[in-house]
Design a protein around this ligand. Structure first.
Ligand code: NAP
Length: 286
């Protein structure tokens, strides 16, 4: 599992709080964190850098994934009148150099193009990524939210193959399992990353019919899986897909990080995986 930091500043943590959270991740065996230039209104990378500065353990042992390429109007950039993507080589270099500075690192372990940029050629993006790898500023490159043909096109220009595609995948959005994304991952023997594995919390919304059905199935399955909760079964469901998606977990609560890690021990049986599929969809398989 990877720990995601999109919502990290939502509960206004102090640097010590962030430090504690990251250390707890390490203790639990989560050794990679996922962040992005845009997270927290372009403020999360700096907060992470500050929290890690005081801890040799975090600096030495925590691997970092960051992403760039999304630029939206925000108080720090009042000149922006419209949101846009930029995955040009020039912008990628600028973003990675800024991320390195903010995170206090010499190398990003995995750098992802956050979203496909329709206004930049794959040659331009690939040249940027290839140069960043050659210069040692990033160890590996990957993408996020790319469809299979976008992935293929960019990958065809890479000196070192793209390492992953980080996409939305959870019980309330199974697109990646039917639109070719996960088929391509299996074909290339590449492990995808699954963002919002708990549907961003919607799995617990009692007004959401699919969430209510899933809660019922989860309580029926709990006994068989050692008292597993809905969230643990939902993580196990994501990890159960044969492309072996790596969940990027987003909770800010230590006890929920601990519970998530226990989900790694659950291997759902075929009929139970499908029972959750049916509950999520609200109809039987075709
Ligand atoms: P998530 O795990 O699906 O959702 C986390 C949300 O669910 C939090 O608000 C959390 O609240 C809530 N939650 C968790 N357990 C709960 C429970 N038992 N009951 C009620 N609420 C619960 O993940 P996410 O935050 O949407 O995304 C995870 C990570 O994926 C992000 O941090 C980011 O790194 C990555 N991501 C990537 C992209 C991309 O485009 N590449 C897009 C979105 C996200 P608490 O904090 O209170 O537990």
């Amino acid at each position: 599992m990877v720990y995601g930091t999109w919502r990290m500043l939502d509960d206004a943590p102090t640097s010590q709080d962030i430090n504690r959270r990251m250390n707890r991740c390490l203790e639990l065996g989560i050794t990679t964190i996922d962040t992005a230039e845009i997270y927290g209104g372009y403020a999360v990378e700096a907060a992470l850098g500050e929290a890690m500065a005081s801890s040799l353990d975090l600096r030495n042992n925590l691997k970092i994934i960051t992403k760039s390429g999304i630029y939206v109007p925000n108080p720090k950039n009042p000149e922006r009148t419209v949101g846009f993507y930029d995955a040009s080589a020039v912008q990628l270099k600028k973003s990675v150099e800024t991320s390195l500075k903010l995170l206090g690192r010499e190398q990003i372990d995995l750098f992802l193009v956050h979203r496909p940029d329709w206004f930049t050629s794959v040659d331009d993006t690939a040249q940027g990524l290839n140069t960043l790898v050659q210069e040692g500023k990033i160890k590996r490159a990957g993408v996020s939210n790319y469809n299979p043909s976008q992935f293929h096109a960019l990958n065809s220009r890479m000196d070192t193959p793209l390492l992953t595609n980080q996409v939305e995948f959870h019980l309330l959005n199974m697109d990646a399992s039917v639109d070719g994304t996960f088929d391509l991952c299996q074909q290339m023997r590449m492990q995808p990353m699954a963002w919002s594995p708990l549907a961003g919390g919607k799995l617990f919304d009692r007004n959401h019919p699919a969430a209510v059905r899933l809660a019922q199935v989860a309580s029926a399955l709990a006994g068989k899986y050692g008292g597993a909760t809905l969230e643990q079964l939902a993580y196990a469901w994501v990890m159960g897909h044969p492309s072996r998606p790596i969940p990027v977990i987003g909770t800010n609560k230590l006890e929920r990080i601990e519970s998530a890690v226990r989900a790694s021990l659950i291997t759902l049986e075929r009929e139970d995986w499908y029972a959750m599929w049916v509950a999520a969809k609200g109809h039987s398989i075709p």
